[in-house]
Design a protein around this ligand. Structure first.
Ligand SMILES: [Zn+2]
Length: 269
């Protein structure tokens, strides 16, 4: 599944290619994505793309009076291609911009293409989203405040998009290792010092993945068509039974909220 780093890499690729271009139309080959693609999108023609932003894993194509909201779902990818490029079986949606087009390929059809008039931050899918982990909003003080009174395990807290948005399973595990925090520790019991280490670890982990060009999913294709390469050398993720890269002890695997968690019982307390 495309995670925040892949979406951010895609955003950067799209922003430089699309900003300033005028939308000439849309082509919908399969409207049945996670939600149906509305016929209203035809009215986008004539608008200029001002910018491409991101909120969590949603891409927001700013069209001035509203935003085209794009989500990659489980298996989606976006590419900028010359107009007229033949569409493949899973190429469900094109945004046509003069001599090029933005194409959504989504084999599993869990992605989304939606129009949000006005302020996209008020859209029902976006309004409830938590703090952006790469923004200044997420700092030790904020993390400490957010976790107070939370009895949930810190790993699950990190993956709750209503608290912090876009920290997926891999990044939560890696961040907790870097911060030396056990994944089952109650969020509300994190000290101020732990919050200093954890907020830095989250940013470091996500930035490293962005630098590596996006991650994890084999069918992820960056916006320029290049394969995303998750070349982060994992500290703990998917390393059950292997030696911890810090202490040499065995990495352990547990299940939290139906997801696998990997950690080092020696390095993480
Ligand atoms: Zn260790």
């Amino acid at each position: 599944m495309p995670e925040l780093p892949e979406v951010e890499v895609t955003r950067r690729g799209l922003a430089s290619r699309l900003a300033g271009r005028v939308i000439s139309g849309v082509e919908v080959r399969e409207a049945r994505l996670r939600w149906p693609i509305s016929a209203d999108l035809r009215r986008l023609a004539g608008r200029t793309v001002k910018a491409v932003r991101r909120r969590g894993k949603y891409l927001l194509v700013d069209c001035g009076d509203g935003h085209l909201i794009l989500h990659l779902g489980m298996s989606g990818s976006l590419r900028v291609l010359p107009r007229g490029t033949p569409a493949g079986k899973h190429d469900h949606f094109d945004l046509v911009l003069g001599d090029c087009l933005l194409r959504l390929r989504d084999p599993r059809r869990f992605g989304a293409v939606l129009w949000a008039p006005g302020d996209a931050t008020q859209h029902r899918l976006i309004a409830h989203l938590g703090v952006e982990p790469l923004s200044r909003e997420l700092d030790p003080r904020r993390l400490h405040k957010l976790t107070r009174g939370r009895r949930t395990a810190i790993k699950l807290f990190l993956m709750d998009a209503r608290q912090i948005v876009g920290v997926g399973n891999i990044y939560a595990a890696e961040s907790l290792f870097l911060a030396g925090i056990a994944p089952r520790k109650r969020a509300g019991r994190l000290s101020e010092q732990s919050c200093v280490r954890l907020s830095a670890a989250i940013k470091r982990t996500l930035r490293a993945a962005i630098r590596a060009g996006g991650s994890s999913l084999r069918d992820f294709v960056g916006s320029d068509g290049a394969h995303g390469c998750f070349q982060l050398r994992a500290w703990v993720y998917d390393r059950a039974g292997q030696a911890c890269r810090k202490c040499g002890g065995a990495i352990r695997r547990i299940v939290q909220g139906q997801r696998a968690t990997y950690y080092c019982p020696v390095c993480q307390r």
